[in-house]
Structures are given as C-alpha cells and as structure tokens.
Design a protein around this ligand. Sequence first.
Ligand SMILES: Nc1nc2c(c(=O)[nH]1)N(C=O)[C@@H](CNc1ccc(C(=O)N[C@@H](CCC(=O)O)C(=O)O)cc1)CN2
Ligand SMILES: Nc1nc2c(ncn2[C@@H]2O[C@H](COP(=O)(O)OP(=O)(O)OP(=O)(O)O)[C@@H](O)[C@H]2O)c(=O)[nH]1
Ligand SMILES: [Mg+2]
Length: 432
Amino acid sequence: MSDTIYALATPPGRGAVAILRLSGPGTDSALSALSVDLPEPRLASVRTLRHRGTALDEALVIRFIAPHSYTGEPAAELHLHGGRAVVEAVSLALADIGLRPAEPGEFTRRAFENGRMDLAQAEAVADLVDAETSAQAAQALGQLDGALSATYAGFRRDLLTALALVEAEIDFPDEDVPDHLARSAGPVLDRLLTDISAALADADRGRRVREGYRIVLIGETNAGKSALFNALVQREAAIVTPIAGTTRDVLDADLVIGGYAVTLSDTAGLRETADPVEVEGVRRARARAEAADLRLWVRGPGDPEGDASDFVQPDDLIVWTKSDLGGQGKGEGFLVSATTGEGLDHLQKALARRLARDLAGADFPAVTRERHRRRLVEASEALQVARARLMDAPELAGEDLRRAAEALGRVTGGIGVEDVLGEVFSTFCIGK
Ligand SMILES: Nc1nc2c(c(=O)[nH]1)N(C=O)[C@@H](CNc1ccc(C(=O)N[C@@H](CCC(=O)O)C(=O)O)cc1)CN2
Ligand SMILES: Nc1nc2c(ncn2[C@@H]2O[C@H](COP(=O)(O)OP(=O)(O)OP(=O)(O)O)[C@@H](O)[C@H]2O)c(=O)[nH]1
Ligand SMILES: [Mg+2]
C-alpha cells in the first residue's frame, strides 16, 4: 500500500489562495487529525483546520474518495488563505501527522499506476503545465484527451491482427493453402508500414510545436543579422557594431509568432578567418543552421553574389537588409530595415504563414517527443523484418511482430502483448 503524500499545488509564495493536495490511503485520517469533520465527497466545504490545539486556517476542503479522484486514491484538497505562514503551518502539521512531501510528478505517477491515464496522457499533463503558446496548449490537451494514444491503439490493433494470423498459421499449418499468410497478413502489415512511415515523415511537427520551431539567421559578416535579431525580439539582445565579426556565440531568444513557440538564433557571420575564436563561431553557426527548421539567409546591400547552397536549403527565406540605405535587394526575398522597421511586418506575417504551413495539420501528430519517434522507428524496423520473413519463417516473423508490438506499447505504457492478444484471439473461432 502506498503512503500518503502532500504537496503545494499552487506556486510558492504569497497568493490569494494556496492549495495543498493530499493523496493516499491516510487522507481521511489526516483530515480527521486536523479536526475536520469529513465533508461529503466532491463538495467544497469550509472547515477550520486545527493542529495540537491551535487553529491554523479556515479552509475550503474538498474530499475525493477512491477511485473518483485525480490519482484514483483517496485524496483531498485544502484551499488555504495564501499567506506563507498559513501554508507553512498546515504543511508542518501534515508532516507531523505522518504524511510525506510528494516527489515531483508523483500525483500523476499515481494516476498512471492506478490506470487513470496512460503514459502519453501523463506526458500531456506535464506539457499542458509547461505550455506557453496556444498551439502548445492545444496539442497537450489533445494528447491528454487521448488523441495520441488512439493512434497507437490503431497501430497495435493492426499489428495484433497480423500476429494472430501468423500464430494461427504456426498452430494449424496444414489447414491452409501455402500462400494463405501472404494473402491475409501481408496486406495488413503493408498498410501498417505505410501508416508508420507517414507518422515518421510527420514526426517533426509535434516536436516543433512542443519545443519551439527553430529559426536561424545566417549570412555574411556585417549583413545585419544581429540588428534584425534585435528588431524581431524587440530588445537589444545582441551586440551590433560596424566591425565585421562582431557576433561569435550563438544567441537564442524565445518568441511567439502566430500562436507558435519559436526559438530564433543569431549567429556569427560566415567568412574565412584565421581568428580561432571566430572560426569556432562560424562552425557553430553552420551547425545551428543545419539543425534548424528554417533558415533566414540575411544579405546586406554590399554582400557578394554568393552560392549559399552549403548553408541554406531550397525552402529557406532570403532577407535583404538595410533598405533605408537605398538598396532594392538583388532578387527574390524580403526587403527590410532594422533601423526604420520597414518590411518587418511583412516578414513577420510571412513567418507566421510558414509556421502555420509547417505546423498546422488536419491530424493529431503521432509524435510529440523524441521518445515516441524512437519507438516508432523500432517498430517499423521490426515490422520490415517480419514482412520479409512472413512466408519462409512465420515463427521468426511472429517474434518480430511481438517486438514491434512491444515498442508501440511502450509509448502508452503498461499493456502487455499477451493481454491484447487474448482480446484479439477471443474473437477468432477455434481452428481458424
Ligand atoms: N482544484 C483542482 N483543479 C484542477 C485539478 C485538480 O486536481 N484540482 N486538475 C488536476 O490536475 C485538473 C482537472 N483534472 C481532474 C481530473 C479528474 C479529477 C477527478 O476527481 N476525477 C474523478 C471524478 C470525475 C467527475 O467529476 O465525474 C474520476 O475521474 O473518477 C479531478 C481533476 C485541472 N484543475
Ligand atoms: N542603415 C542601416 N544599418 C544597419 C541596418 N542593419 C544593420 N546595420 C548596420 O550594419 C552593421 C552590421 O550590423 P550587425 O547587425 O552587427 O551585422 P551582423 O550581420 O550581425 O554582423 P556579424 O555579427 O559581424 O556577422 C552595423 O553597423 C549596423 O548598425 C539597417 O537596417 N540599416
Ligand atoms: Mg552579429
């Protein structure tokens, strides 16, 4: 049996109301120990909390009985007056009564362990608490609602159908014509492989929403990258001087464009140089540009005509700077001035359109974390091996399918292959 835990559910410090949350089998006795006459479950009730003869607060108490609580255990919330002394006194009283301060994430961990939510939903709780943009919140809420879990449940259903067919072939090999397996399990596996490849091809979308879309400013020294960076983040974050080679480190700033989280990076200007500090800066600039989701190729009026194919990609955007100096730009791209602000609005709108193009999708992404992507890759690899062995070595194919099922199962956690196989097999007739 688990112990009974407590934690402050609201931010630390002074506030109008502070909420202490309790969960575990000792919840009701803890309430009684605070001389609370137990309220009706789920009915907010005002009670005076006392400990060792002293009144601590007049609190709003909500009591939950198992399994109808967030954790699935007996639980309670103490809505206190949000003064530091009140919170401190009630916390000390709970510890004195024998409750233990919760570890980070422990309430949600208990909810997971008690089957109130799966692993992907538990991750969604963390994402929702961390969400700072509307897109992050919407994605986390969808995942909490089970959208990601449903995708994996679909994959597993197809996989287990194929596995059941393979197992049937192994158990009753003589009853079928030789190409039975290829005809029955083959198409199921092919469709699943196609669906998983599509999910992997789309794997960046969920990650870009959750972690932020990475935009990197890249170009020659003195092109005006740092001035543009400052204009976009609306503060003097980067040093701007007329000296070529001013920026050496990569400078990151978080911003929100069109409801999406963006990490914008300013980098060292690209040039051949003997200065070892700048050489390292240029190396970092290139590495960042390569890893980015979008590069803005920043070009000054005096920049040489260059072939940028080793650091920009076809879908990247070109920004011509210093339009106030009379330059018109030398081709396609956006014409801006960090000094006057000309063209910035236009550029920002184009960025918002690009974000919407890359991040908005009709379907909920199958991947919002690297962990999900790795499991999908694992499953896809095992499935390809299984597909190739289906005819000649059904026993081995069966093992590969189990490996794939396990990889997929780990995304949402908990469900063993055997459990679900039992479910699938129960719909089959004997001898079929
Ligand atoms: N005060 C408060 N606000 C909160 C939470 C909380 O725990 N306390 N939440 C926590 O993060 C979120 C809400 N999530 C919750 C999910 C389930 C249950 C719960 O008690 N479920 C029961 C009863 C459902 C019902 O009302 O019918 C159940 O599922 O059986 C409570 C909160 C956001 N707001
Ligand atoms: N008139 C004008 N000058 C600009 C503009 N943007 C940048 N400059 C000037 O151009 C020079 C170089 O600007 P930076 O932003 O430091 O250029 P950079 O690309 O970051 O250069 P490195 O860090 O050396 O790679 C500075 O003197 C800026 O004041 C602009 O829009 N208009
Ligand atoms: Mg710079």
